[in-house]
Write a protein that binds this ligand. Sequence first.
Ligand code: SF4
Ligand code: MG
Length: 326
Amino acid sequence: RAPLLDVRDLRVEFRTREGVARAVNGVTLRLHPGETLAVLGESGCGKSVTAQAIMGILDTPPAHVTGGQVLYRGVDLLRLPENDRRKVRANRIAMIFQDALSALNPVYTVGFQLGELFRVHRGMSRGDAKRRAVELLDQVRIPDAKRRVNDYPHEFSGGMRQRVMIAMALALDPEVLIADEPTTALDVTVQAQIMGLLAELQRERNMGLMLITHDMGVVADVADRIAVMYAGQVVEEAPVYDIYARPAHAYTKALLESIPRLDLKGRQLNVIRGLPPALTDIPRGCAFHPRCAYAREICGIEPPPAYQIAPQRIASCHFVREVLGV
Ligand code: SF4
Ligand code: MG
């Protein structure tokens, strides 16, 4: 099966006065048609920067894409002229963010903004565009869409606004949707609704969905595969079931042990000790070694290779067997 998106050895640096921050250090990821891939990691691990590089919205200093390929149906987006790239971005790969307000224009109604997309990109008449806008609001389960299409962004609640942003992203029927912390700003019940909606839309449209999150709890039910990132690298990649049942990387295991669980209410959680490294000063060897309960001498010296531990499983850890408990 050919992947929709095939990211190979992607590298991004930020050249700042404080030094060179290596935000993305050789990320390799694949997204297949109809698949939901969760990209998981603590804030600052490079997951958003990876998404922005895929979208091609990272071309201005201090950000520099210094290496790798972003193949979309076999074409390297990093080497595409800006005009063609803009077309891919408008029609094929869409992105949503945590903050719906900043993605919507406050001075136009939601219907106008959606309608513009159909008029500009599909050459629709005003009337047809408006009808499509209502349909889309309906598809993202906004009640009373016919009336709400005339409302302004600030007239929607946070959750409803997120639905509007999803509608905008899906307007031109993209094959890939990248969602960067789409529910982080919302309260827990609304989070679950939006996550459920994304999962339904992904199935209905058979899209590739890349779900970026720091919250292991929110992706368990919706992801097919998970890629865990640390310090600008993918450290483990596996089908969702395997990640939760038997993590192979010490960092994934530590993340799992730090998820609040209802059944352990009141029990002390294992929070991962220490902080993620500054990207201007990534530790040698395995970047996780200063925080790792499994670390031994080699971990501070040799970067661990990516071990293929099963057909769909990769983990970059010197002590995969110990972590797996085999
Ligand atoms: Fe821990 Fe070493 Fe594995 Fe890194 S390579 S996760 S430091 S055991
Ligand atoms: Mg982020």
